[in-house]
Design a binder for this molecule. Structure first.
Ligand code: ADP
Ligand code: MG
Length: 614
């Protein structure tokens, strides 16, 4: 299988760089790094100050987008237009975020439980992918200033526990930002690479990566053999981090200085002061600071007493991770510290004591993941001769789904051999045949990709739409031959094809297809989002119709009229091409009919109860 060298000269205007950059797309901070004169380096911002970019996106009154430090300033004044912690929403459906919603200051629309979440700002809807792409664009720009050239290739890191959907969402965000994402790398793997772990193929090692960030904690146990990283176990807490340290200090001060009834702005200022105090303990043992004339003080020893129970909780997770990996602390060869909060001395001491060995903390803990991503990028670029590159699929492979959309089953750059499956169902009642069309390429609509073949799964017993369980498997063997199998699980009906035509495509053709996909990423994603909104609106319209017919007796005349006018309005938007108009119309219809639906349900249940004989 080919290794790609993509010629991106078509961009013309600016010099093109072949540099592959490493990006840490974090919950609280993000940053970009690259290899400069053989050493990984994190890139600083405009005023050459900070390498860290707050992962915050603000929309001003004109919907102009501001990212990073400038956006952070708006957190308190414009919480409803300032989006933080987007990473927590990546690849998540409404069902997945039940417990998270309350923690966020902006509006997350909550309509369909299976659908991926969206964020509502003003009367526009944004996907977490779009929001993350804004952060990535900022980093790309930063890198381009540094190199004075256009950058278009990247490695992006994700937590080891990210699932397929979350990884795919991260890939999509990169693409939307104009980046060809050559690989998604686990954060603990990147941190290990930054310390050189895995670059010597003779060495077999087991490492523990302890990552305490702003709002999340992860512990990962990795085994490295023949240059391949395997995650043995991960544990953690998605709501535990430096923010809790700040809160502990704040609560202490509130008690100590009797500040119970101060206003919201004071509390925000106090929180910032608490963070300042926490950070100061890396270099001094006493803190003194002020807000509007009032002075607040804290001893390092008191601080340590406050956060000790929090650190203890992280060690409980470490115990569990070790148990899951069936290892003892003696089996761990290296302990690597990641995340800004591991700058706290107490954390370092406690972790070292727990594992019974000194910890690796020479590199900046909030940069180490990005630095490692840059190392991985360098390996991919072929600059580290001794490190083996595994064979990968050069382009994504998938099938066509409703509306002509490409559904990727094996993403590009997956290791070969590879195997992946996904579940589908029918869209029409009584459907007995299903055509499976296999495509290769990076575009969102199959018409822009290359068709590899198709076959028909025949003889599905007639069932209502949505009931058949059709599993489609893609299997690529070591020679790169793709086999596609489809099976309807309820009846056992099956069919398969073998496709060899990956060899039919030249390297130039592949490079061209990739280039096209990057150039068209934004318009493709728009077209896809519009199509999806239309498909969804049509489903909602159908069920609204059904609902009205079924509940004539329960709804008042006024309710019928209002529902009818809302469905008419929605139907009208579906004719047009304005995605946000469709979303808004769906949102309005849903909001209006939800209480009606509950009432109808109560009615059905109570009449069922009445009819029940005891
Ligand atoms: P994430 O990976 O979640 O984006 P980071 O690794 O950037 O998070 O860590 C951010 C956290 O690190 C914040 O809570 C911040 O206050 C904390 N932090 C930064 N510097 C220090 C320091 N010197 N001492 C203690 N905590 C620190
Ligand atoms: Mg991090």
């Amino acid at each position: 299988m080919a290794k790609l060298s993509i010629d991106l000269k078509a961009g013309k205007v600016k010099k093109q760089s072949n540099m592959i950059v490493g990006i840490d797309l974090g919950t609280t901070h993000s940053l970009v790094a690259y290899i400069k004169d053989g050493t990984p380096l994190a890139v600083k911002g405009r005023q050459h100050k900070n390498t860290l970019v707050p992962s915050i996106v603000h929309f001003d009154e004109y919907n102009k987008i501001v990212v990073g430090d400038k956006a952070r300033e708006k957190l308190i004044s414009h919480p409803e237009r300032t989006i933080y912690s987007v990473k927590r929403l990546m690849g998540k459906s409404f069902n997945d975020i039940r417990g998270i919603k309350e923690h966020l200051g902006y509006e997350i629309i909550d309509e369909d439980e299976e659908r991926l979440v969206k964020v509502k700002v003003g009367n526009r809807f944004y996907t977490p992918v779009e929001l993350s792409s804004e952060i990535l664009k900022e980093l790309k720009e930063r890198m381009e200033k540094e190199l004075d050239a256009v950058v278009s290739k990247a490695v992006i890191t994700v937590p080891a526990y990210f699932n397929d959907t979350q990884r795919q969402a991260t890939r999509d965000a990169g693409k939307l930002a104009g980046l060809d994402v050559l690989r998604i790398v686990n954060e603990p793997t990147a941190a290990s690479l930054a310390y050189g772990v895995g670059l010597d193929k003779e060495l077999e090692e087991t490492v523990a990566v302890y990552d305490l960030g702003g709002g999340t904690f992860d512990i990962s146990i990795l085994e490295i053999r023949d240059g391949i990283f395997e995650v043995l176990s991960t544990h953690g807490d998605t709501f535990l981090g430096g923010d809790d340290f700040d809160r502990a200090i704040m609560e202490y001060w509130i008690k100590e200085y009797e500040l119970e009834n101060k206003g919201r702005n004071f509390i925000s200022a106090l929180r910032l002061l608490a963070e300042e105090a926490k950070k100061s303990f890396s270099t001094s043992s006493h803190f003194k600071g002020g807000i509007a004339g009032d002075t607040f003080e804290l001893e390092k020893s008191v601080f340590e007493g406050l956060v000790e129970p929090i650190v203890e909780r992280t060690l409980d997770s470490c115990k569990k991770a070790l148990a899951d990996a069936e290892l003892k602390t003696d089996d761990i060869n290296k302990v690597i510290l990641v995340g800004g909060s591991t700058r706290t001395d107490l954390v370092k001491q406690q972790v070292a004591a727990f594992f019974g060995q000194p910890v690796y903390d020479d590199l900046n803990p909030d940069e180490v993941v990005a630095l490692g991503a840059a190392v991985q990028a360098d390996v991919l670029a072929g600059n580290q001769k001794d490190v083996l590159l595994l064979d990968v699929t050069p382009l994504s492979l998938g099938i066509e789904t409703v509306g002509g959309l490409m559904d990727v089953i094996i993403p590009r750059n997956s290791k070969v051999p590879s195997r992946a499956g996904r579940n589908y169902t029918t869209s029409v009642d009584g459907q007995t045949n299903l055509k499976v069309s296999v495509f290769q390429g990076e575009r969102d609509l199959v018409k822009d990709n290359r068709k590899l073949g198709e076959f028909i799964l025949k003889g599905i017993p007639p069932m209502p739409a949505g009931i058949p369980k059709i599993v489609i498997h893609f299997i690529i063997d070591a020679d790169g031959i793709l086999k596609v199998k489809a099976m309807e699980e309820r009846s056992g009906v099956r069919a398969e094809v073998e496709i060899r035509s990956q060899y039919g495509i030249s390297e130039e053709e592949m490079a061209l297809m990739l280039l096209e996909s990057l150039k068209n990423a934004a318009s493709d994603m728009k077209a896809k989002a519009l199509l999806e909104a239309k498909i969804e609106a049509k489903t909602i319209l159908l069920s609204a119709d059904k609902f009205m017919k079924l509940n004539v007796a329960i709804l008042t005349g006024e309710e019928m009229l209002k529902t009818r006018s809302l469905t008419d309005a929605l139907a009208k938007t579906v004719e047009g091409d304005d995605k946000d108009a469709i979303e808004n119309a769906m949102h309005e219809l849903n909001t209006y009919t939800q209480p009606l639906a509950h009432r109808a349900m109560d009615h059905t249940i109570s009449s069922a109860m009445k009819g029940k004989k005891i």
